[in-house]
Design a protein around this ligand. Structure first.
Ligand SMILES: NC(=O)c1ccc[n+]([C@@H]2O[C@H](COP(=O)([O-])OP(=O)(O)OC[C@H]3O[C@@H](n4cnc5c(N)ncnc54)[C@H](OP(=O)(O)O)[C@@H]3O)[C@@H](O)[C@H]2O)c1
Length: 268
């Protein structure tokens, strides 16, 4: 992989008026970039001029996104394995010459009660949703700590604060993700800011996977949207906007925060 100048201007893409961020010359690593919120986050950072390292397991979707986004590279791999996280950091350094922002979105549901869920489901859910954050921090913090204004944004969930039937692994992993965000903020501030986003129901494949447990998944998804104070599901772009804000200097006094982004559903 050849080195690319960090200030190389991105090819301008057409997009709406929702964002006015300038990440030109910044290097951003996005996990879960092959679907849902991570994909929207990667697209938003690319539109704002960033060089983007894309992570996911699905090579077809990852390569397609790499082709779509200027100054991006897709690195396939399972983030529940420590070495994948080392490779992602290494790719940012070798391809783009640095690392400024990490947006962590890789996640699985791991549905099943304590009795019913196989041990492998518990382990894979905890490893993907929680341990992977620890792994990337292990490899990335030395690099992030070198530059002022760097940051990590962890996509957790309102499941960190609220139980859902048959989601013990998911809820425990998300509560752990929020605790880990706070801990990393403590250990690596002021050099690196670390914040968590806690979304409510967002219209992505993961939400539909969760709804599949209901007799009528479509009705269950519609109900989830109507249950919010704003009477709609979140969109991946809602999460992308908050991610770009939290990673920017506009949020320079925010660290160790867990920000709910849920249409007010936790407030009912
Ligand atoms: N949707 C919601 O209502 C909701 C609400 C709150 C929080 N969240 C959280 O938001 C994050 C994004 O979820 P989403 O709703 O956008 O779901 P999604 O569309 O299913 O996307 C999940 C992403 O995680 C990646 N991923 C899963 N396991 C992986 C692994 N072992 N290694 C590497 N990548 C892996 C998937 O990529 P590959 O398939 O290519 O591996 C995919 O890109 C998750 O952490 C989720 O828990 C979702």
């Amino acid at each position: 992989m050849g080195m690319v100048g960090r200030c190389k201007p991105a090819i301008p893409l057409k997009f709406g008026n929702e964002m006015d961020w300038n990440y030109s010359g910044k290097v951003v690593l996005v996990t879960g970039a092959t679907s849902g919120m991570g994909k929207a986050v990667a697209e938003a950072f690319a539109r704002a001029g960033a060089n983007v390292v894309l992570s996911g397991r699905d090579e077809a979707r990852g390569k397609a996104l790499e082709e779509q986004l200027p100054n991006s590279i897709f690195i396939p791999g399972d983030v529940s394995a420590p070495h994948t996280n080392a490779q992602l950091v290494e790719a940012a350094l070798s391809r783009f010459g640095g690392l400024d922002v990490i947006s962590l979105n890789a996640g699985v549901l791991g549905i099943g009660s304590a009795v019913d869920a196989p041990l492998e489901v518990w382990e894979q859910t905890l490893n993907t949703n929680l341990s992977a954050i620890f792994y990337i921090a292990k490899y990335a913090m030395p690099e992030l700590s070198k530059n002022p204004g760097t940051s990590m944004v962890i996509n957790a969930s309102i499941a960190a604060f609220k139980s859902f039937p048959n989601h013990p692994a998911y809820c425990a992993s998300k509560a752990g993700a929020v605790a880990l965000a706070k801990q990393l903020a403590l250990d690596y501030g002021p050099a690196v800011r670390v914040n968590a986003i806690c979304p409510g129901p967002v219209d992505t494949p993961l939400l539909w996977e969760s709804a599949a447990a209901f007799p009528d998944p479509k009705t269950a998804v519609e109900k989830a949207g109507k249950a919010t104070l704003m009477k709609r599901l979140g969109t991946p772009e809602d999460v992308a906007k908050l991610t770009l804000f939290l990673a920017s200097d506009q949020a320079s006094w925010m660290t160790g925060s867990a920000v709910t982004l849920d249409g007010g559903i936790l407030n009912k």
